[in-house]
Design a protein around this ligand. Structure first.
Ligand SMILES: Cc1cc2nc3c(=O)[nH]c(=O)nc-3n(C[C@H](O)[C@H](O)[C@H](O)COP(=O)(O)OP(=O)(O)OC[C@H]3O[C@@H](n4cnc5c(N)ncnc54)[C@H](O)[C@@H]3O)c2cc1C
Length: 498
């Protein structure tokens, strides 16, 4: 009988600790790449009692493949940046065709003044591209990079550019060298997410490039979401659920414990959300992984967390910034351009702000026009353009961009597009921007504090993932993916399920 009891106990213990279905309840706030990566990793390793609460009516977050006039468009992320050491590339390229797609390589450049371009201008453009490498080399040999935290990227680049011009010994006039410099800074503002005037020089040091170039999936980046969803129970993903409160330490005094008497439930985190019918609901979990963008975290953390986030963490989060980049797709039933016209780099030489009306100063920040497909052009809107014009209607934006084409192509009869689609990531309260960047004052030390879990009695209860929470691959899909895996692993480690 004793042997039987022992066997029974062993069986129960075995069941409790080894069954994949058993265990800890994990709620994941946000069904973007980081949230789905966390969910998949947890479930693969045996914790399948998970719920992903996503506020939008779709998963994917800032990865959003869509169609416009029958063509695949990426409203958000479109490239895998780099191959070597990029887990996303390896997961995707196993099953899908992935092609090299270097951004803005080749094409023509034109001057706003209408002057014919001098061959030396192309040389200057190449020299401007080398600025990054020059700087990176200089920075990577520094002992104490943190001492650079308040140095502004734009100012440092300007100094480097002036030095470069001296060494090039160029006779090109200042209007053109200034235009090339402005062009370079605008390109960077698209990559970084903010104008170089608002970015720390540390952005160049912290971000880690991966070899292999920019890779695109012709059928759409959303295939990565299909890969991520495998191994996540379908019922675990709930869209149209906006999380409003995370009560991570409950107490009798503030009423958050209610009349729950079960000790194990007492220690759980309560997650309140608005369901798809607009009603309030709540769910209890052992751990919660928060993956909302840093823009959302900054704006809503006071309302969202009870008790409030620790002061040090709030300071760190407030030091982080979410940049803004948007895309303008312009569709033409009959295309007006020749195949060699685009991509076109726009160099605003002889730029005189006073010649432009106040509401047209942003023109200068439109610097690159590409063909997206046979009948579609793609124009990038950096933070400045996004803030200045994206309140206008799509049709009006299409008309204004046409004015820019008319300036550069010296042709007053360039037609308006037949249809325009504009993303507005910074206007959506579930994103409030595009990707994070390193603002002056932010250091990786502060980022570590921002990403640190909230623990109760030494147990991490609320964990933080999302692209901005990665030290070196922030702003990317693989950065988001890595943080999801990181936080899921932190939970798995607690239960020795690594
Ligand atoms: C225009 C643009 C171009 C880009 N280009 C590239 C590129 O080419 N290559 C690249 O690698 N990266 C690119 N990125 C960046 C990349 O898309 C992001 O780094 C990545 O998708 C972020 O994933 P995430 O999971 O961290 O955040 P998100 O995708 O923002 O996921 C967070 C989720 O939380 C949800 N949420 C917010 N609030 C709540 C709430 N209260 N309750 C429940 N859910 C909530 C949101 O709806 C969202 O789905 C681009 C982004 C944009 C916008």
């Amino acid at each position: 009988m004793m042997a039987y009891n022992l066997l029974l106990t062993c069986l129960v213990v075995y069941h409790v600790y080894s069954s994949p279905a058993y265990g800890q309840k994990v709620v994941i706030v946000g069904g973007g790449v980081s949230g789905l990566a966390a969910a998949q990793h947890l479930c693969k390793k045996g914790i399948c009692d998970i719920t992903v609460l996503e506020a939008e009516d779709r998963i994917g977050g800032r990865l959003y493949t869509d169609r416009f006039h029958g063509e695949v468009i990426e409203r958000g992320a479109q490239w895998m940046h780099g191959i070597r050491g990029n887990p996303v590339y390896w997961l995707v390229s196993r099953n899908y065709n992935a092609v090299l797609d270097e951004w803005s390589v080749g094409g023509t450049h034109k001057l706003s003044s209408g002057r014919k371009s001098h061959p030396a201008t192309a040389k200057l453009l190449t020299a401007s591209e080398e600025l990054y490498d020059d700087f990176y080399e200089k920075l990577s040999t520094m002992d104490k990079p943190n001492s650079l935290k308040n140095k502004i990227l734009m100012h440092e680049m300007r100094k480097a550019w002036e030095g470069k011009l001296v060494s090039l010994n160029t006779t090109i006039d200042k209007d053109i060298t200034d235009a090339v410099f402005y062009y370079t800074m605008t390109e960077w503002s698209l990559e970084i997410g903010e104008r170089a005037l608002n970015v720390s020089i540390l952005a160049l040091l912290y971000y880690r490039f991966l070899d292999g170039g920019d890779i695109k999936i012709p059928q759409g980046y959303s295939v990565f979401l299909d890969i991520l969803q495998k191994s996540i129970p379908i019922s675990a993903i709930k869209v149209d659920r906006e999380v409003t409160k995370i009560v991570w330490q409950r107490s009798k005094s503030d009423g958050t414990l209610g009349d729950v008497s079960n000790k194990s439930v007492d220690s759980q985190v309560k997650v309140e959300f608005i369901n798809s019918e607009g009603n309030k609901e709540s769910i209890f979990a052992d751990h919660v992984i928060v993956t909302v963008s840093v823009g959302v975290l900054k704006r809503y953390h006071r309302k969202m967390f009870l008790p409030e986030l620790p002061k040090q963490k709030v300071r760190a989060v407030n030091n982080m910034e979410l940049g803004v980049v948007n895309k303008i797709f312009m569709y033409y039933e009959i295309k007006f351009w020749n195949d060699t016209d685009f991509p076109m780099r726009l160099l605003w030489d002889a730029y005189n702000a006073s010649k432009f009306a106040d509401n047209a100063r942003w023109y200068r920040d439109i610097d690159l026009v590409e063909t997206h497909s046979e009948n579609m052009l793609l124009v990038w809107a950096n933070a400045h353009v996004s803030r200045e014009v994206l309140d206008l209607s799509n049709a009006e934006i299409g008309r204004r961009i046409t004015e820019i084409f008319q300036i550069f192509m010296r042709d007053d009869v360039i037609p308006f597009p037949d249809d325009v689609f504009v993303t507005r990531w910074h206007k959506n309260k579930h994103f409030l921007g595009s990707y994070s960047y390193i603002a002056p004052g932010l250091t990786n030390f502060k980022k570590r504090i921002a990403a640190k879990p909230l623990s109760v009695d030494g147990i991490p209860k609320v964990l933080f993932a999302g692209e901005a929470m990665h030290l070196h691959r922030y702003g990317t899909i693989d950065g988001a993916y890595r943080t999801g895996i990181r936080e899921a692993s932190r939970i798995l480690k607690l239960y020795s399920k690594q």
